[in-house]
Design a protein around this ligand. Structure first.
Ligand code: GDP
Ligand code: IMO
Ligand code: MG
Length: 426
């Protein structure tokens, strides 16, 4: 039996989709355990590029089971748009290949409306969310007024819960936030239709995943977002509304934490972030723009340009600690080729000492100054490298330093977006 989690070790978009697809070859089951269609995971196979938001990145294989577990928030409209998009590209999405938890919470039209109106109301203090209704849906889950997929499949329960929610939300939307009233009939008719399409996919996925593990199957848990977007350990409030760390797997799937043997942290060879919030190593200069252009750093879900900066090992050390990382995967090292000098942040100068953790208070974080080590760059393009030995010596020095400081071994180096542009480090 092998069950392991693939996690974003920074602020998302590290290449989790690519690595999940790559590693899924050896897995039987791929499971999403948190987040929703705020995620944008890119998988490139041959000449085809697939953009996945809600469906696990194992879906491109015909013989894998993909699971959307209870910790995920599901927008059924977005789900079927994604299924239609995949089917259009020749990827089969059948109930044999995709199981969806009956306990997962539904993103409702009012969650998307609330997400946008609340962001507007926050003014200059907006979070820069994806606008997909994620925060308001998780709010209802924890406030215990959420609607789960099992509720949608019981007509009377759904009717009652929808009415209760609209009774409370419509006055808030119209009177407090200045939005338009939502119609019960429109939502009811749309969701009732979607319920019938959803029904064959729905099951108790905690039982299913547990059974698969007991049958000695290989299970891969695919994280969305990244360590520093975690609701508890990220740069709050500039975070998403779920536990993006390995700790989210047990509750987000319904299995014991002792069933997860390995945690792979996916880290870009530099750092990016979309949306607002602190970013100590951000490069708001020509080098940042150079990295953005060379690395095509534009969001998959919203198209926004990603902020770029040097690699920050304070972030990676935090991920090692909080997620119990057993190994690292470094992606997009090819993007750095052509830089004369490359910097790596190894600590923060905070008041009169150097720290290697993130202060909770954003005011304290704003006072932190990155402490850098500088490395010679390399000019050789490395997209064609298929073994560690083929990497330029300076790239190896850079990678070795990451291992030394984080204390975790790099198992895989990714040198391009395609499945085969991947190096296993022996
Ligand atoms: P995710 O959200 O973590 O799955 O990452 P995204 O798909 O949002 O962003 C990663 C982007 O980098 C995608 O366009 C990938 O195709 C691409 N990518 C992944 N790994 C590599 C790599 O090693 N090199 C390059 N150049 N691109 C990569
Ligand atoms: P993947 O899985 C990068 C960011 C948003 C915003 C914050 C809150 O592709 O790595 P939300 O809509 O979740 O309430 O937005 O989180 N964010 C992401 N940033 N990658 C993602 O997913 C993200 N999902 C959410 O930009 O700053
Ligand atoms: Mg992404």
């Amino acid at each position: 039996m092998s069950a392991f989690v693939v996690l974003g070790a920074q602020w998302g978009d590290e290449g989790k989709g690519k690595m999940t697809d790559y590693l899924a070859e050896e897995a039987d089951v791929v499971v999403r355990f948190q987040g929703g269609n705020n995620a944008g995971h890119t998988v490139v196979v041959g000449d085809k590029e697939y953009k996945l938001h809600l469906i696990p990145s194992g879906i491109l294989y015909d013989d894998k089971l993909n699971v959307i577990a209870n910790g995920v928030v599901v927008d059924p409209v977005a789900l079927f748009e994604e299924i239609d998009y995949l089917e259009g590209l020749g990827v089969k999405v059948t109930p044999e290949k995709l199981a969806i938890s009956d306990r997962a919470h539904l993103i409702m039209p009012y969650h998307k409306v609330l997400d946008k109106l609340k962001e507007k109301a926050r003014g200059k203090n907006d979070i820069g969310t994806t606008g997909k209704g994620i925060g308001p849906c998780y709010t209802d889950k924890y406030e215990r007024s959420g609607i789960r997929i099992c509720d949608l499949l019981h007509e009377d329960v759904f009717k009652e819960k929808l009415a209760e929610n609209l009774n409370l939300k419509n006055p808030y939307i119209t009177k407090v936030l200045g939005g338009e009233e939502l119609s019960f009939d429109e939502i009811y008719n749309l969701y009732s239709k979607l319920a019938e399409r959803l029904r064959p996919f729905v099951q108790d996925t905690s039982v299913r995943v547990y059974d698969e593990i007991k049958k000695d199957k290989n299970v891969l848990f695919e994280g969305a977002q990244g360590m520093l977007l975690d609701i508890d350990h990220g740069t709050y409030p500039y975070v998403t509304s779920s536990n993006t760390t390995s700790c989210g797997v047990a509750s987000g799937v319904g299995i014991g934490p002792n069933m997860i043997q390995n945690a792979l942290g996916i880290a870009k060879a530099y750092t990016t972030r979309v949306g607002k919030g602190p970013f100590p190593t951000e490069l708001e200069n020509e080098t940042g723009e150079w990295i953005r252009q060379k690395g095509h750093e534009y969001g998959v879900t919203t198209g926004r340009s990603r902020r770029c900066g040097w690699l920050d090992l304070v972030i990676l050390k935090t991920t090692v600690r909080v997620c119990g990382l057993t190994s690292l995967v470094v992606t997009k090292i090819d993007t750095l080729a052509g830089l004369d000098k490359i910097k790596m942040c190894v600590g923060y100068k905070f008041e009169d000492k150097v720290i290697d953790y993130f202060p909770a208070s954003l005011e304290d974080l704003a006072k932190c100054e990155p402490v850098y080590e500088e490395f010679d760059g390399w000019d050789e393009s490395i997209e064609e490298a298929r073994s560690y030995d083929e990497l330029p010596e300076n790239a190896k020095v850079y990678l070795r330093r990451i291992e030394e400081i984080t204390g975790v071994k790099i198992d895989i180096v990714s040198v391009g977006p395609k499945r085969d542009q991947t190096i296993r480090v022996k």
